[in-house]
Ligand binder design. Structure first.
Ligand code: GLP
Length: 259
């Protein structure tokens, strides 16, 4: 895993935006695996700016989002679909028809998972997968206990995730109990993975992720064996790692942990 550390969340967002922009410039029809969450806000703001001011185009790209809440979807302000529409898709030239996200309001959720697996396959797989990190080590909605070979599926959200995300909702007054998500194996199939982690609230789980060998207890540790993973973090998120591991460098290659 390559680790790149920036002074703050804005700097981390700008760095990942540059990576994404370079990606679509080199391969205009890139398949981008996109994520939601507060961490992604500076990134999407910067991508919109790069589109408006530096003519970065997404018109031939395909977006495949990571997850959604069960019960939420099109037109629901609290859905992850609306988060994406508002912050990114409606502000760049990626056609809405090329924007894919799981339908949390599908009547038959198993068929929805199958449909989505087909979307990924038809797109030729994900070139660049963006990930945030949950405070309990989840990636997407792959909560602790998720298997390395898990695929697109419906999951029960943990109490931690429900509590942390509760503040994000405008219309609903209770966190959804279930999510629908790409599996760990779907994430690992991506050709390149960029995980963004910012803020002191993530320092403990990031230290644990970086120093723990792959285990379902911390699903983000499944990223270690992947051959092309970049962690883009800010100083706050790296604080405990720097302190405990006596590391100071802002850019380094991390050997896969064995313990
Ligand atoms: C959420 C999402 C994840 C996201 C993570 C971190 O529950 N399902 O995809 O990456 O938790 O979110 P945040 O960036 O708001 O801390």
């Amino acid at each position: 895993m390559q680790v790149e550390v920036y002074p703050d969340a804005q700097g981390a967002g700008r760095a990942v935006a540059r990576m994404v922009a370079r990606f679509v410039q080199v391969k205009p029809d890139s398949v981008l695996g996109l994520a939601t969450g507060h961490t992604m806000a500076p990134l999407y703001g910067e991508l919109v700016r790069l589109h408006e001011e530096e003519s970065v185009s997404f018109k031939d790209a395909v977006a495949i989002n990571l997850d959604e809440y069960v019960g939420l979807g099109t037109g629901h302000v609290d859905s992850l679909r609306e988060f994406m529409m508002l912050r990114l898709i409606s502000q760049i030239d990626l056609p809405v028809s090329s924007f894919n996200i799981l339908r949390g309001r599908a009547h038959d959720l198993d068929s929805e998972c199958e449909r989505y697996a087909g979307v990924i396959e038809a797109a030729g797989g994900i070139d660049l997968q963006l990930l945030g990190l949950g405070r309990n080590g989840h990636i997407g909605f792959n909560e602790p206990g998720s298997a390395a070979d898990s695929r697109v599926r419906v999951v029960d959200l943990t109490e931690t995730t429900k509590a942390v995300n509760a503040g994000d909702f405008r219309k609903i007054n209770k966190s959804p109990a279930k999510g629908i998500t790409l599996g760990v194996a779907d994430v690992l199939d991506a050709r390149r993975i960029v995980m963004m982690v910012t803020g002191w609230e993530k320092a403990e789980i990031l230290h644990r992720t970086l120093t723990t060998a792959p285990t379902a207890d911390v699903p983000a540790t499944f990223l270690h064996p992947h051959s092309d993973v970049i962690l883009v973090a800010d100083r706050e998120a790296m604080e405990l790692f720097y302190e405990r591991e006596r590391e100071q460098s802002l850019s380094f290659s991390l050997a896969p942990p064995t313990g």
